[in-house]
Design a binder for this molecule. Structure first.
Ligand SMILES: Nc1nc2c(c(=O)[nH]1)N[C@H]1C(S)=C(S)[C@@H](COP(=O)(O)O)O[C@H]1N2
Ligand SMILES: [Mo]
Length: 319
C-alpha cells in the first residue's frame, strides 16, 4: 500500500465553493427574486456584502482547527496599504487606480538565470490551494482569511536559486500613476518601493503562501492584487502586497518597517504575545467584528510548524 501523508489542511479536490459562500449564494438567489418587487434598497444591501462569484480552482482547506472566517466584507474594507492612504477604511475606495493588466514579475539576483514572467503565465505553472489562516497585524487587530494561492516554495523551484542564495527579497510595484502616496515623493508616508524579506528556510516553509485570491476569487486590489505574500506566523507587515520583483540575495534584506523605525520593527516580526511592542502590549488582539479581545497565540498559532526555525535564537532580541 502506498499511503501519502497529506498535510492537515489538504482534502479532496472538488468542492470549490466554501459552505458559507454557498449559503450566501442561496440567500442571494432567494432575495434576488424578492428584490424585483422590493426595489433597489434590497439590491443595494446585497451588493454591499456580495462575495464575487468564485473564479479560481483550488485544493480546498478542510479547516482542521475550525477557524471562524471573517466575512468578505470585513476582509476587504479594513486594509493597510500605505501606497494609497494610511486610512484603513479608505483604501478600498482608492484602490481602483491599481492596474493589474499585463502584470510582470521580475526574478533576479542569485538564480541560474534571471527572468521576467507574466503573472498570468505564472498562474498556469502552479497549483492553487486554499489556506485558511489567522492573520495578525502588529497593531493588535486580526482576522481569519480563506486565501487562495500557491506555495512560495513552488515559485522558488521555478526560479532556480543558486546555493549562495540565503534570503528572498520582495518589492511592491513602483508606479506613481497607480499608487498616489508614491507620487508624493519626499512627502510620502514611507519610503517606496515597499520591501520585505524572508530567510530561505522561512521562504521554503510550507505555510508560506503567494496569495492570488481570497474566498475563491481573484485578489481584491485593496488586499494586494494580483499577487502578495502571506506569512501567517509573522505580523501582517511581512505580507507584502502587489509584488513585482523577487530577488535572491545572500544578505538579510532591509525591510521597509525596519528601515522606517528599527527600534520598533525588526526583520523577523514573528507573532509573539510575550514580547511587547515598545508602545503597546502584544498579549491580546481584537478580531475584526468582535468586541472582546482574545489572547494572541505564540507564532500566531503555528508554533508546531515553525518554532524549530528559530531554535537557539533570542526572540526578544530578534524582533
Ligand atoms: N505594499 C504594501 N504591502 C503591505 C502593506 C503596505 O502598506 N504596503 N501593509 C502591510 C500591513 S501593516 C498589513 S497588516 C497587511 C494588511 O493586509 P490586508 O489589507 O489584506 O489586511 O498588508 C501588509 N502589506
Ligand atoms: Mo499591519
Amino acid at each position: 500500500m502506498n499511503i501519502i501523508k497529506k498535510p492537515s489542511w489538504q482534502i479532496d479536490e472538488n468542492e470549490v465553493t466554501p459552505k458559507e459562500l454557498f449559503e450566501k449564494r442561496r440567500t442571494f438567489l432567494k432575495l434576488g427574486a424578492a428584490s424585483m418587487i422590493a426595489g433597489s434598497t434590497v439590491i443595494e444591501a446585497l451588493a454591499k456584502d456580495q462575495i464575487p462569484v468564485p473564479n479560481l480552482h483550488y485544493l480546498k482547506d478542510n479547516n482542521p482547527n475550525n477557524l471562524k472566517l471573517n466575512t468578505y466584507d470585513q476582509i476587504t474594507s479594513y486594509n493597510n496599504f500605505y501606497e494609497f492612504t494610511t486610512s484603513k477604511e479608505r483604501v478600498k475606495d482608492m484602490a481602483h487606480t491599481l492596474n493589474t493588466d499585463n502584470w510582470k514579475i521580475e526574478i533576479d539576483g542569485l538564480v541560474e538565470k534571471p527572468f521576467e514572467i507574466d503573472f498570468e503565465d505564472l498562474l498556469k505553472k502552479v497549483e492553487l490551494q486554499e489556506r485558511i489562516y489567522r492573520f495578525r497585524c502588529v497593531e493588535g487587530w486580526s482576522m481569519v482569511v480563506p486565501w487562495n494561492g500557491f506555495t512560495l516554495s513552488d515559485l522558488i523551484k521555478i526560479a532556480k536559486p543558486l546555493s549562495s542564495a540565503k534570503y528572498v527579497r520582495f518589492e511592491t510595484k513602483f508606479d506613481d500613476d497607480m499608487f498616489p502616496d508614491q507620487a508624493r515623493g519626499v512627502f510620502s508616508t514611507i519610503t517606496y518601493p515597499y520591501v520585505e524579506g524572508l530567510r530561505m528556510d522561512e521562504a521554503m516553509n510550507d505555510l508560506t503562501l503567494m496569495a492570488v485570491g481570497l474566498y475563491g476569487s481573484r485578489m481584491p486590489k485593496q488586499n494586494g492584487a494580483p499577487l502578495r505574500l502571506i506569512v501567517p506566523w509573522k505580523y501582517g507587515f511581512k505580507s507584502i502586497k502587489s509584488i513585482s520583483k523577487i530577488s535572491f540575495v545572500d544578505k538579510e534584506p532591509l525591510n521597509s518597517w525596519q528601515k522606517e523605525n528599527p527600534r520598533e520593527y525588526g526583520f523577523f516580526a514573528n507573532v509573539n504575545p510575550n514580547v511587547d511592542h515598545p508602545r503597546w502590549s502584544q498579549a491580546k488582539e481584537r478580531v475584526l467584528g468582535k468586541f472582546f479581545k482574545k489572547e494572541t497565540l505564540m507564532f500566531n498559532g503555528y508554533e508546531n510548524e515553525v518554532a524549530s526555525l528559530y531554535k537557539g535564537m533570542d526572540l526578544r532580541k530578534f524582533i
